[in-house]
Design a protein around this ligand. Structure first.
Ligand SMILES: NC(=O)C1=CN([C@@H]2O[C@H](COP(=O)(O)OP(=O)(O)OC[C@H]3O[C@@H](n4cnc5c(N)ncnc54)[C@H](OP(=O)(O)O)[C@@H]3O)[C@@H](O)[C@H]2O)C=CC1
Ligand SMILES: O=C1O[C@H](COP(=O)(O)O)[C@@H](O)[C@H](O)[C@H]1O
Length: 594
């Protein structure tokens, strides 16, 4: 029988503490404005925590990567200015900044539970390597893979090494950095509900941590039915004895309101809300991050951001491949749970929220949750579901969804859905927010399209022809691929006649910036390490998101609504066009020029 060394210590995690006390500064996260973190009173429960960090004069990055000095946190000033960078200060032990790590600096241990899986290999290890490569991880860190598969440290390293990449702007030390990173990666095989195995992991972690103040981050990259087992074991047998313990939970967070509520309650038996980081990786995407910047830092947009000027908003997600390899998971969730209830709804909430009091996580999440709670009930009439069928093109056969061996032949699970949603508040009353998400469509894209109203009494009506919709302004935020923000405006075609054209004012990221855009998982992992919760889902947001979709999902399932079949590689069911037309809307992505 295993003996656990310590019990979970929610007090070791504080919502707004200066919890990251690592001395490295991450060059990519350059300061723009500064924000002071509040101190968490429960820090005082941790003998080594805040006082030690402050005593060392660590530079602490805020949510946006702004270096804050612990000294400034003590004396209440923000400590540096965006233009000048960190103010001239010495570490309290008299050493100048950049003197290199001290041997008693804290360490962070990151355990990826489900390390043998697809997500771990495809996204999590590569993101951690990218952070390491960019000097965004603290000096002392250790990464452990944990899953049931039998593997040695070396075998884990081999299995992940192929997925690590250096950035396009890589420096010539990439190979060395990879080796150095891999040397910090270890593996512990174990069962997900075994106290004994987690206690063994704890011992290994302690050994690597070498008596330093140590923080521990667990990433649950596993199927949801084992989340609670793992959290129980990790919390009881492997939480940090000295620093914080945090857990990143991957979606799905339940299947409906009930199961999500149960999951939250079960997790909270072992963790406080502050320790739970529910990830929605779309919130970590560069252009989703940019949404608030675009709106709140440009005078030309915010005044237009309401029913007065906006005719409709479209949130579009499409993939040009099917469920390949994930049919087993997908069939019990479907596209509404997989994409709409989380990724698209989160974007909608960010888009539609009122200006928050500040950029603090709680202020932003308070505004988002108000939007979610103001949504009108979603009617079945306002939803179209589809499923892809097999299709042959250019001599190649594309499979149907139900050809996936892990999917039942009579499955009614939607691989496509379109929905019209409404926000019942003063700003957005009557404005359709149209969502569309699908797999096995003609292209891979994710975008937000904002269609503005017609110009009243348009003087140039005649020069446009009869289709006034074509002449309305449209703002497109292309999340992926080829990240861009463009605004369609009307201009005169040069020449002696008065003919108008619709053109793009285009901010194409690849043309403007040479630096490669970081993967969403990099940003989110770094935020979790830094204790920044802005891009993670709070439990009341999750409840509100499920409250919106659960009745619809129940109705679809109880009534066994048959999805409209659409060919693999097509633009999806025609029903989506009728749905949009019902609200006088045309999908903005119908032509490839758009
Ligand atoms: N893959 C993706 O692109 C995305 C995944 N997610 C979510 O992330 C999590 C991980 O995804 P992914 O890596 O694809 O998942 P996998 O199905 O690959 O599972 C990860 C690991 O969990 C273990 N495992 C799998 N099934 C079971 C089971 N029934 N009981 C116990 N252990 C099991 C396996 O490890 P072992 O057998 O060695 O113990 C497996 O390697 C899931 O919750 C998924 O929904 C979210 C977004 C995208
Ligand atoms: O969460 C999920 O996201 C992916 C799409 O993510 P992206 O970053 O590649 O756009 C999707 O394929 C998967 O079904 C879903 O679970």
């Amino acid at each position: 029988m295993a003996v656990c060394f310590h019990t979970s210590s929610p007090s070791s995690s504080c919502s707004s503490a200066p919890s990251s006390s690592f001395s490295r500064s991450c060059p990519q996260r350059s300061p723009f404005s500064l924000r002071k973190r509040k101190l968490c009173p429960s820090d005082s429960l941790l003998p080594h925590h805040r006082p030690r960090a402050a005593a060392r004069g660590f530079r602490i990055r805020s949510s946006y990567g702004h270096p804050l000095s612990a000294l400034s946190l003590q004396n209440g000033s923000s400590g540096s200015s965006p233009e000048k960078g960190p103010v001239d200060f010495k570490l309290e032990d008299g050493r100048p900044p950049g003197s290199g790590p001290r041997s008693d600096e804290p360490t962070i241990s990151i355990t990826i539970v489900g390390a043998s899986g697809d997500l771990a290999k495809k996204k999590i290890f590569p993101a951690l390597f990218a952070l390491f490569y960019e000097n965004c991880l603290p000096e002392h860190f250790t990464i452990f893979g944990y899953s049931r598969s039998k593997m040695t440290d070396e075998e884990l390293r081999n299995s992940i090494s192929g997925t690590l990449t250096c950035r396009v702007d890589s420096r010539d030390n990439c190979g060395d950095k990879m080796e150095e990173f891999l040397r910090r990666c270890f593996y512990h095989p174990g069962q997900y509900g075994s106290d004994e195995n987690f206690s063994e992991l704890d011992e290994k972690l302690r050994e690597k941590e070498g008596g330093r103040l140590s923080h521990r981050l667990f990433y649950l990259s596993i199927p949801p039915n084992i989340f609670v087992d793992v959290v129980r074991c990790a919390s009881l047998c492997a939480s940090s004895p000295t620093g914080w313990t945090r857990v990143i939970v991957e979606k799905p967070f339940g299947r409906d309101s009930k199961s999500s509520g149960e999951l939250t309650r079960s997790l909270k038996q072992y963790l406080s809300e502050d320790q739970i980081f529910r990830i929605d990786h779309y919130l970590g995407k560069e252009l989703v991050e940019n949404l608030s910047v675009l709106r709140f830092s440009n005078l030309v947009f915010e005044p237009l951001w309401s029913r007065q000027y906006i005719r409709n908003v479209q949130l579009i997600f499409s993939e040009d491949f099917g469920t390949e390899g994930r049919g087993g998971y997908f069939d019990s969730y479907g596209i509404i749970r997989d994409i709409m209830q989380n990724h698209l709804l989160q974007i909608l909430a960010l888009f539609a929220m009122e200006p928050p009091v500040s950029l603090d996580a709680e202020d932003i999440r308070n505004e988002k949750v108000k939007v979610l709670r103001s949504m009108k009930n979603l009617q079945l009439d306002d939803v179209v579901v589809g499923q892809y069928k097999g299709h042959s093109k250019g001599g190649r056969a594309y499979p149907a969804y139900i050809d996936d061996p892990t999917v039942p032949k009579n499955s009614l699970t939607p691989t496509f859905a379109a929905a019209a949603l409404f926000i019942d508040n003063a700003r957005w009353d009557g404005v359709p927010f149209l969502m569309k998400a699908g797999k096995a469509l003609h292209s891979r894209r994710a975008e937000i399209r904002v269609q503005f109203r017609h110009v009243p009494g348009n003087l140039y009506k005649r020069s446009f022809g009869t289709d006034l919709d074509k002449a309305t302004n449209e703002l497109v935020i292309r999340v992926q691929p080829d990240e861009a923000i463009y605004l369609k405006v009307n201009n005169k075609i040069p020449g002696l006649t008065m003919r108008l054209d619709s053109s793009r004012l285009n901010l194409l990221y690849s043309a403007k910036y040479t630096r490669e855009i970081p993967d969403a998982y990099e940003r989110l992992l770094l935020d979790a390490i830094e204790g920044e919760r802005r891009l993670f889902i709070r439990s009341d947001e999750l409840d509100a998101a499920w409250a919106l979709f659960t009745p619809l999902l129940k109705e679809l399932e109880e009534k066994k609504i048959a999805p409209e079949l659409y060919p693999y590689g097509s633009r999806g069911p025609v029903g989506a066009h009728y749905l949009a037309a019902k609200y006088g809307v045309r999908w903005g992505d119908i032509s490839s020029e758009n």
